[in-house]
Design a protein around this ligand. Sequence first.
Ligand code: ADP
Ligand code: MG
Length: 348
Amino acid sequence: MIEDKNQQRTSLSELGEFGLIDHLTKHFEIKQSSTVKGIGDDAAVLDFKNKNIVVTTDFLVEGVHFDLSYMPLKHLGYKAVMVNLSDVYAMNAKATQVTVSIAVSNRFPVEALEELYAGIETAAKIYNIDVIGGDTTSSTSGLLISVTALGELEEGKAVYRSGAKPNDLLVVTGDLGGAYMGLQVLEREKEVYKVNPNNQPDLEPYTYIVERQLKPEARKDVVKLLEDLDVRPTAMIDISDGLSSEILHLCKHSNVGCDLYENKIPLDPQVISVCEEFNIDSTTVALNGGEDYELLFTISQDDFPKIKANPNFTVIGHMTEKEKGAHLVTRAETKIALKAQGWKNFNG
Ligand code: ADP
Ligand code: MG
């Protein structure tokens, strides 16, 4: 952490565990009608009436999933919520509540956790979800955050990884590779900073991709949009690990193959130019980069007219019989088998 010496530092021991929880969570408001009891008792109480409930959880570990030398704690709190909401939306559900558990070492002052919780609170406000509990404990070294998200949907409306059929179209939201290239830029600046701490990085040319890395947004809007367009995906998954491995998940669970067209993969111009700067193949980045938190889904060809004019969606391929396997069809029209970690195979 790049610490300001003048910053106020209140040690965690001054507040104690209960004081700390109180202090961090006192601003949280309850917005969902399904939340009967939130923070403050031994457990939260929820009432989902006749709805189905989805539950998903994710761990973020300092040094493994994030680096506090360039990840501001406020962003980390926001991102910890986003990665979970993304999984809820990938089920075609509406996100409603989260719990947040943290393990912190005493190298973090209260002010650092206030930042973390400010990010969590912002995410909860924007995405209209309730923070209904969690756990707080100490850690001997780093910071660990585990968020569990809950969501609701009408019975029978869940979209699984397993419903894709041969000839279904493969559709992706937004654009890919930005979060990974943002990370490359941040890692590079960190190295520069280590050598010369007076060197202030100019991140201006990289605003979009750095934001994709530090402040990802879960595609709540897409779930609503699909409903408005009356499109029910046959299968869906969120892109947390990279397009290639997510496609392979869909293929495996749905027992189908896939042809993905390299020239259809949506890339932001900034991703293309930064890939050139780093001398990395942009297709490789989109296939293996990860952390974009876009949605990847399949639809029946009959639904194509409903999505074709929408700038949020790009058709990038179609599903095939399982026996045909999962392939990338390159710009040169050669077919390459998709691999979960296909890194170097696509160059040249
Ligand atoms: P218990 O001893 O029963 O685990 P705690 O004292 O840990 O209870 O928690 C008291 C209340 O504060 C509970 O409602 C719990 O869910 C909530 N809580 C604890 N830690 C956190 C946290 N890090 N974020 C949000 N809520 C929390
Ligand atoms: Mg507890």
